[in-house]
Design a protein around this ligand. Structure first.
Ligand code: NAI
Length: 382
């Protein structure tokens, strides 16, 4: 039951948050399963460390190994300053076809939140990661390309102002269905009661509206034994997962007013971008949020924060995002006991108000501890 995890230590605060987080994850597994299950960590180079050793920020060897891997975890990577170098995160996402961006959102007792009942939020957002307006097909106002496209659109009977900047929003059945499939698989495996398709199909019928239709189609094609619609549920259906759909603007109200009615969310790229950050803010900020980007084969966990250059090397950073990535990875493997013990430790340490400086600002009456000490406290509370 040993599992290899390839890891990229990351830039800035990456090395210190990894050094604090990894022992917590390993200890949780060891506590739950003794020697019978274990992570075997193997380092891959990327970012500053890779540049120092190989003269390349993202060595081909790293990409080749990740292409065959099942589990990986990364600290934050800075975008190298200087012309012509693309974001390493975006490059990896594209080269490895990491099409699903997955963010769980859960409240930890004691953290200041802008809403009255943040504890009712327990959701996981599956955001499509490769299509939509993020495909990068756009031209600036007044350019020859924009003018050509506007002429073409006019020839198709669409009246677009000639000074417009124009962007294209491509969305495919295959791209949408594989995302919805991941979300439903998660709901079934983790015994979640619903999956909600979030879209803006009332306005963008053939992209957002199609996403909704393709989602229902996929559910009927591949999960007819496990998934039923809301109507079927009302009619007395008893399948374990209800498939709902909500228009994006209504969903932003719903998650504030009736958060307990939502669990797994499957959505398009832009909606998912907005919704995952809004939900993270609802439970008290982005600082602790873990995340994973998935391809058909690889689950690539990542700290969702950046390299925090102003506190790098000062033992001030919060390792919580990576620690919770570890919990997600355990859950993904069905190692639920280890995942639960990490969550309990996080609850206990935050409730005791001994936290890193970023959280201290959000918890009145707290005591500030360093990155390493926070990791050690988590370990003690497993
Ligand atoms: P950032 O997340 O690094 O910092 C934003 C603020 O949050 C800063 O005040 C920072 O000190 C604080 N912060 C972030 N993580 C923290 C932690 N774990 N503990 C305590 N405080 C923390 O975002 P910023 O400044 O926009 O980006 C800095 C660099 O990180 C850039 O090069 C950017 O490209 C990169 N970045 C990388 C990401 C990734 O690899 N997934 C994600 C976001 C940014």
């Amino acid at each position: 039951m040993n599992k290899t995890v390839y890891y990229i230590i990351g830039d800035g605060i990456g090395p210190e948050v990894f050094a604090a987080a990894r022992p917590v994850i390993d200890a949780a597994v060891s506590k739950a399963y003794g020697d019978s299950r274990k992570f075997e960590w193997k380092e891959l180079l990327a970012g500053e460390k890779a540049y120092k050793h190989t003269g390349n920020y993202l060595p081909q060897e790293t990409l080749d190994t990740l292409a065959t891997a099942e589990l990986a975890m990364k600290g934050p990577l800075g975008t190298p300053v200087g012309g012509g170098i693309r974001s390493l995160n975006v490059t990896m996402r594209q080269v490895l076809d990491l099409y699903a961006c997955i963010r769980p959102i859960k409240y930890f007792q004691g953290i200041e939140s802008p809403v009255k009942r943040p504890d009712l939020v327990d959701m996981i957002v599956f955001r499509e990661n490769t299509e939509d307006v993020y495909a990068g097909i756009e031209w600036a106002s007044g350019t020859p390309e924009a003018k050509r496209l506007i002429e073409f659109l006019r020839s198709m009977g669409k009246n677009v102002d000639e000074t417009a900047g124009v962007g294209i929003k491509p969305m495919t059945p295959a791209g949408s269905k594989r995302l919805v499939k991941k979300a439903i698989e998660h709901a079934v495996a983790q015994k979640k009661s619903s999956v909600t398709l979030v879209h803006k199909g009332n306005i963008m019928k053939f992209t957002e509206g199609a996403f909704r239709a393709w989602g229902y189609e996929l559910a009927a094609e591949e999960f007819s034994a496990q998934v039923m619609t809301e109507q079927e549920a009302k009619d007395g259906g008893t399948k374990p997962v209800i498939l709902k759909d909500r228009i994006a603007d209504a969903m932003f109200q719903e998650v504030l007013i009736r958060p307990e009615q939502y669990s797994v969310i499957a959505t398009t790229n832009l909606n998912g971008d907005y919704l995952s950050d809004a939900l993270a803010a609802q439970v008290g900020g982005l600082g602790l949020a873990p995340g994973v980007n998935m391809s058909a084969k690889l689950a690539f966990y990542e700290a969702t924060h950046g390299t925090a250059p102003t506190i790098a090397g000062m033992d001030k950073a919060n390792p919580g995002s990576l620690v919770l990535c570890g919990a997600m990875m355990c859950e993904h493997l069905g190692w639920h006991e280890a995942a639960q013990s990490i969550h309990k430790a996080m609850d206990a340490v935050i409730s005791a108000k001994t936290v890193t400086v970023d959280l201290a600002g959000q918890i009145p009456g707290s005591t500030t501890v360093g990155c390493k000490a926070f990791g050690e406290l988590l370990q003690k509370n497993l």
